[in-house]
Write a protein that binds this ligand. Structure first.
Ligand SMILES: [Zn+2]
Length: 163
């Protein structure tokens, strides 16, 4: 994806208030991130470990989501699969819950998905980060197809938040 600035990211949030988007912590090292290899950029709030954020492109425009991630629970010790990039981790997949955009979100509606806890799906798909033995399904499809699938899964999640 195209590199984004702090301001662009803050302006891209669709499921939190403008005030919250202004206050939340965005990493300072944006210029050093491997944007070319990212289908989305995700990060955790260092001051609030149960908060995570991600920004991706939707119809060519940056679109960012505020997420709540579950704390460590017993089920997390099991191997589980990320629903975006289909990487299997032992204890490395978190249930991420996004309040829905607009009125539905204000009424408490949310959408959840199991996502790599470090929000590094793009790097796992490209083999740039390892999740341990047996983490990837043996698949005959190409890297481009895996990337396209991850992008489609994420787009479907974003669509649900915006629906
Ligand atoms: Zn993933």
């Amino acid at each position: 994806m195209r590199p984004l600035t702090d301001n662009e990211i803050r302006a891209a949030f669709v499921n939190c208030t403008k005030g919250a988007a202004k206050r939340l912590s965005v990493p300072h090292d944006l210029a050093d991130r491997p944007w070319d290899d990212l289908d989305y950029f995700g990060w955790r709030d260092p001051r609030a470990p149960d908060r995570a954020y991600l920004v991706t492109e939707r119809n060519g425009r940056p679109t960012a989501l505020a997420l709540r991630s579950s704390g460590a629970a017993s089920w997390q010790a099991r191997r589980s699969m990320c629903s975006m990039c289909l990487t299997t981790h032992s204890g490395g997949v978190c249930l991420m819950v996004a309040p829905k955009a607009g009125k539905a979100g204000q009424q408490g509606n949310s959408v959840g998905a199991y996502i790599c806890g470090d929000l590094a799906c793009s790097l796992y798909v490209r083999g740039m980060r390892e999740a341990g033995a047996g983490a990837r399904l043996h698949e005959t499809i190409t890297l481009e197809e895996k990337i396209r699938r991850t992008v489609a899964n994420l787009a479907a999640f974003v669509d649900k938040v915006l629906a």
